[in-house]
Design a protein around this ligand. Structure first.
Ligand code: FMN
Length: 326
C-alpha cells in the first residue's frame, strides 16, 4: 500500500499517531511505527513527574528517543512546539534545546506546531527531518506559507479533536476540504474525530491522504494511560463529553469530580485563566489520564470515541482504520 503520505513519511499505512501530552511513550510510539504508521513522542513522553527545566525536558525526550530505537527500526516523530512571536531560534526556552536534540539524534520526523520560520525549516531539511506541520488553528494563509517554506505534510485539524481545541469552531468536515484546496502539491492529513473505518474513509473522500489520530490511540494495549480511563473511554460516547473554556480556548473532558468543577466554573463565567489554573493546565492530563484520578484531573478526548468499543492492540486499530483506504 502506498500513497503520497506514505511516500513522504516513508511508512506503509497512512496514519500518524498525534502527539498526546503526558500519555505517549516509547512503547506506544514503536507499536504504531511497527504496525506501519508513524508514532510520535508527545510532550513529556514516558514521564510521570513534572520538571520545569527546558534542558531536562529535552534530555528526558532524548532518553525516550533512544528507547524507541531499541523497539523499532521504523521511522517515528517527536513533537516540536514553538510559541508564536519567539525570536528565530531565540527566546522560546523549551523549543531551542528540543530542536537541538532532534537534530543531534537524527529523529526521522517532527510534528511541528506553532510559528514556522525559514531558518528552522532549512535546518530540519538539512538533517533530512520530515516536517508534518499542524497549525493549532488551521488557516489558508498558514497552510500556503508552510507549503512555500517547504514542509512535507500539512494536518487539517477540526474542532472534533481531543486535547487543546482550535479557537475557531470549524468541524473536521469543513476544515479538511478548505485546507486540501489551499495546498498546491503537498499532501494533507485529516485530524479530529477519526476513530473508525467510516470516518477514515470520509476523510479520504474529503481529499485527505492520511489520518492524524489521537483518541483512537488512547484505549489501546500499549498506551501508558490508566486502565480505568481506557475503560471509561470505551464505555463512553461524544455525548458524555463536557466542553469548557480555558486557555488558549476550549477543552473537553469525560465526567469526574474535577471536570464537574471545571464545567461549573465555565457556567459561572469564570475567566479562562482561572479555569486553566483549576484544571492544572496540561498537567491535569497527567493526573486524570496517566494516574487515572478524575477527582483531581481530567480526561480529554475527541468527539469520535463513540465508535471505539474495546481496548485493542495498536496494530488492530491501524489495520481497521486503513482497511480499503489505498
Ligand atoms: C489527551 C490528548 C492530548 C493531546 N496533547 C497534544 C499535545 O500535547 N500536542 C499536540 O500538538 N496535540 C495534542 N493533542 C492533539 C492530537 O495530537 C490530535 O491532533 C488529536 O487527538 C486528533 O483528534 P482525535 O483525538 O479526535 O483523533 C492531544 C489530544 C488528546 C486527545
Amino acid at each position: 500500500m502506498t500513497n503520497q503520505i506514505c511516500e513522504a513519511l516513508n511508512i506503509t499505512k497512512p496514519v500518524v499517531q498525534g502527539p498526546l501530552g503526558w500519555i505517549t511513550d516509547a512503547r506506544l510510539v514503536a507499536a504504531v511505527s511497527n504496525a506501519g504508521g508513524l508514532g510520535c513522542l508527545g510532550p513529556n513522553a514516558g514521564q510521570t513527574t513534572v520538571t520545569k527545566s527546558p534542558q531536562k525536558t529535552a534530555e528526558r525526550m532524548r532518553r525516550e528517543v533512544k528507547k524507541v530505537r531499541q523497539l523499532t527500526d521504523k521511522p517515528f516523530a517527536v513533537n516540536l512546539y514553538r510559541a508564536e512571536g519567539a525570536d528565530v531560534l531565540g527566546n522560546d526556552v523549551y523549543f531551542t534545546p528540543m530542536l537541538k536534540m532532534v537534530l543531534e539524534e537524527n529523529v526521522p520526523a517532527v510534528v511541528y506546531s506553532g510559528e514556522l520560520h525559514e531558518d528552522i525549516v532549512s535546518q530540519l531539511k538539512e538533517h533530512n527531518v520530515k516536517i508534518i506541520f499542524r497549525e493549532l488553528n488551521p488557516t489558508i494563509a498558514g497552510t500556503k506559507k508552510a507549503e512555500k517554506l517547504g514542509v512535507d505534510v500539512i494536518v487539517a485539524t477540526g474542532f472534533d479533536e481531543g486535547g487543546m481545541l482550535p479557537s475557531k469552531v470549524i468541524g473536521t468536515f469543513s476544515i479538511v476540504p478548505l485546507i486540501v484546496d489551499a495546498v498546491d502539491h503537498i499532501p494533507v492529513m485529516a485530524a479530529g474525530g477519526i476513530c473508525d473505518n467510516r470516518s477514515a474513509k470520509a476523510a479520504f473522500d474529503l481529499g485527505a491522504q492520511g489520518l492524524f489520530c489521537g483518541s483512537a490511540f488512547i484505549p489501546v494495549d500499549e498506551s501508558p494511560v490508566a486502565q480505568n480511563i481506557k475503560e471509561q473511554i470505551v464505555n463512553s460516547t461524544g455525548e458524555d463529553l463536557g466542553l469548557f473554556r480555558s486557555e488558549p480556548s476550549y477543552w473537553r473532558s469525560l465526567p469526574g469530580k474535577k471536570p464537574a468543577e471545571l464545567l461549573k466554573l465555565d457556567k459561572e463565567l469564570a475567566p479562562n485563566a482561572e479555569i486553566n489554573k483549576a484544571m492544572g493546565g496540561t498537567q491535569g492530563m497527567r493526573v486524570g489520564m496517566l494516574m487515572g484520578d478524575t477527582d483531581n484531573g481530567y480526561v480529554s478526548t475527541g468527539t469520535g470515541i463513540g465508535t471505539i468499543h474495546e481496548i485493542k492492540p495498536v496494530k488492530d486499530v491501524i489495520d481497521e482504520l486503513c482497511d480499503g483506504l489505498i
